[in-house]
Design a protein around this ligand. Structure first.
Ligand SMILES: [Zn+2]
Length: 179
C-alpha cells in the first residue's frame, strides 16, 4: 500500500479492527520510510465481474458456468478435472485483470479454446462448435481434418455432427438488419 505522504510502498500494520457490522476491517498503518500513519479499509468486493456478449448484453462472470461448459466439452474424454480447474482459474484471472471489470465472451472463449486445444482435440472441437462464429471455420475445419485421420475419428465425427447442427441453428437466425 503506497504511503499517501511519501509514496513509499512498504508499511507495517500497527492496529487492525473489524467494523461493528463485520463488513469491513480498518487498518492503521505506518510507513516504513517517513513513519507517518494512515488508515486503510478492507471490504468484500461486491461489484461483480461481467462478460459482454456479442449483442452487448452483459452477465455475471461465473466460474461454475465456465466449468460446466468445459465438462460438457470433455465428456468421456481423458482430461483430468485438475486441468479443467486450472483453465477456470485462468479464465477468472483474465476477467479480474481487466481494468473495466469485464471481458467479451469472444476473448474469454478464445482463451479457453487455446487451452483446450493443447489438452484434447475432440474437446476443443466440441467447445469451438459452441463458441465459434464459424468465421474461423477454416482453422476449425483443418483441426477436424486432422482428427478424422486420427484414432479419435469416431469422436471427431460426433463432434463434427454437433458442430454442423450448431451451425445450422446459428444460420437459421434471421439476418441482422441495418448497420
Ligand atoms: Zn511515507
Amino acid at each position: 500500500m503506497k504511503c499517501p505522504f511519501c509514496n513509499f510502498d512498504q508499511d507495517k500494520v500497527v492496529d487492525s479492527r473489524e467494523s461493528k457490522e463485520g463488513e469491513s476491517i480498518r487498518r492503521r498503518r505506518e510507513c516504513l520510510r517517513c513513519e507517518k500513519r494512515f488508515t486503510t479499509y478492507e471490504r468484500i468486493d461486491e461489484i461483480p465481474y461481467m462478460v459482454v456478449k456479442k449483442d452487448g448484453r452483459r452477465e455475471k462472470f461465473e466460474r461454475q458456468k465456465v466449468l460446466s461448459g468445459l465438462l460438457r466439452a470433455c465428456e468421456k474424454r481423458p482430461v483430468p478435472i485438475g486441468q479443467l480447474e486450472q483453465i477456470v482459474n485462468e479464465a477468472e484471472s483474465f476477467v479480474i485483470d481487466s481494468a473495466e471489470r469485464e471481458r467479451r465472451t469472444a476473448e474469454l472463449g478464445e482463451l479457453i479454446m487455446n487451452r483446450l486445444r493443447n489438452l484434447d482435440k475432440v474437446a476443443y472441437v466440441r467447445f469451438a462448435s459452441v463458441y465459434l462464429d464459424f468465421k474461423d471455420v477454416h482453422e476449425f475445419m483443418s483441426e477436424l481434418q486432422d482428427l478424422l485421420r486420427s484414432k479419435d475419428a469416431s469422436a471427431a465425427r460426433a463432434a463434427l455432427a454437433a458442430a454442423q447442427k450448431s451451425a445450422a441453428v446459428k444460420t437459421k437466425k434471421p439476418a441482422k438488419s441495418g448497420h
